[in-house]
Design a protein around this ligand. Structure first.
Ligand code: LLP
Length: 415
């Protein structure tokens, strides 16, 4: 969906230079076909068991992106009332919404219970009590699953590992049985499932299967106790290729291993993929501002910064960067950095890169997930535009922020 044709970088059938000229830089560009194909790959791989696929909206929650997922019949994993309102706004089916997160507020619980979502993934005993109280007070039953913490090492970046004992997420799996049994006496709750999410950007099958084994074991015990466990939610986390030597699991291999482990048991599988549905479906466009030769390093200074794409600064993550016009000049080693006043403001460190000049357009790849959604206004930089490409057409799906947007809600107090 993103490649060179005759020396020019294209998003589907649109040269990205055309988008940059029209919309300005930096901007994010997403491919419709990528989303459609990737979602269909998931569906196909899992067709034997027809799971409920709940796209994890936090990965990219632009309304147009959500709308495409919804029109493909995809459900949603949400973590805030903001995400709830967004997915309801684009017409999502509440029966395909699961609500995760360790700190759900009263407002969030009321809104999601009223909307009759599929279930809450409850992360603590306190939260369970609170949901029960609220559901009783509004004369509803809240469907719940407990997010258990299976104590599994997903072998990924520590900031995106969530299934360890020491992690803030979930309820320790050994304690979960008793917590579930207590739910029987709670009038506001209906237990429907079990959930775990062990981390993100995972390349191995074993952590997923080890987690699933524990979930099935617990679900079986609970069924024996008369609790009606219908769903096993295995979270998200499937890794994608950012660097050429990375080998992500194929969706088929992932699905087959899960189907095999489930072994015909009566649980409906729920999936919460985020990154693997959109990560490689987006790029960020940025222009070169300056070249700078320091005493020990060479820098390419670009108009995008850590506030626009924080992943390299935050997780030291790698994003491939290429020139929009194929450039075969000799390569040298550069840091590709933004204009922000922080040493951590880089998009690439010690990167082999051809020589470029002012205004050259660069393409930062694999920016569809956790890109725009993690951007902020640091250094009073307006958030950038987002563009959606379908075939040879493109649409601005989020306007670049103006100065007015930047100061919206601020008051000048005259002391
Ligand atoms: N379900 C839950 C409960 C989650 O917390 C997450 C991601 C997902 C599903 C989706 O995981 P995925 O399929 O995208 O791996 N900002 C980080 C990633 C943080 C992931 C947070 N939770 C990054 O840029 O790498």
């Amino acid at each position: 969906m993103f490649s060179y044709k005759n020396g020019e970088f294209y998003a589907e059938d649109v040269p990205v230079s055309e988008i940059a000229d029209q919309v300005g830089t930096p901007c994010y560009v997403y491919s419709y076909k990528f989303i459609e194909d990737t979602y269909n790959e998931y569906k196909e791989a899992f067709s034997k068991i027809e799971p409920i696929i709940c796209y994890s909206a936090k990965a990219n929650s632009n309304l147009s992106i959500l709308k495409v997922f919804s029109s493909l019949d995809c459900g949603f994993d949400i973590v805030s009332v903001g995400e709830l309102k967004k997915v309801l706004k684009i017409g999502a089916d509440p029966k395909k919404i699961v609500f995760s997160g360790v700190g759900k507020t009263k407002e969030e619980i009321i809104a999601a219970t009223r909307a009759e979502i599929l279930f809450f993934n409850v992360e603590s005993v306190d939260e369970l009590e609170f949901i029960n109280e609220i559901a009783i007070s509004i004369e509803k039953k809240a469907r719940i699953s407990l997010r258990v913490n299976p104590n599994i090492n997903p072998k990924t970046h520590p900031y995106i590992s969530t299934g360890f004992k020491k992690s803030k997420f979930g309820i320790e799996i050994n304690k979960a049985f008793e917590v579930y049994k207590d739910c029987v006496n709670k009038q506001g709750l209906q237990v429907v499932g079990i959930d775990a999410h062990i981390g993100s950007q995972i390349f191995e099958i074993t952590p997923f299967i080890d987690s699933l084994i524990k979930l099935i074991e617990l679900a079986d015990r609970l069924l024996n106790e008369g609790l009606n466990i219908q769903y096993i939610d295995i979270g998200g986390g499937l890794g994608i290729k950012y660097e050429n030597d990375e080998q992500p699991l194929s969706k088929t291999k992932f699905a087959n291993a899960i189907i095999k482990e489930l072994n015909g048991k009566p649980y409906k599988i729920v999936l919460e993929p985020g990154r693997s549905l959109i990560g490689n479906g987006g790029i960020m466009l940025t222009r070169v501002l300056y070249n700078k030769i320091g005493t020990e390093k060479k820098f390419i200074i670009i108009d995008a910064a850590m506030n626009d794409l924080i992943r390299p600064a935050f997780y030291d993550s790698y994003h491939e960067i290429v020139t929009a016009k194929q450039n075969n000049s000799n390569k040298d080693i550069f840091d590709i950095v933004g204009p922000i006043c922080e040493s951590g403001d880089f998009l690439a460190k010690d990167r082999q890169f051809p020589s470029v000049s002012k205004d050259d357009l660069l393409v930062v790849k694999s920016a569809g997930a956790y890109g725009f959604v993690m951007s902020c206004n640091y250094n009073s930089r307006p958030r950038v535009a987002e563009v959606f490409v379908k075939g040879d057409k493109y649409f601005t799906i989020k306007q670049r922020e103006s100065f007015e947007d930047l100061i919206k809600g601020e008051e000048v107090v005259d002391f």
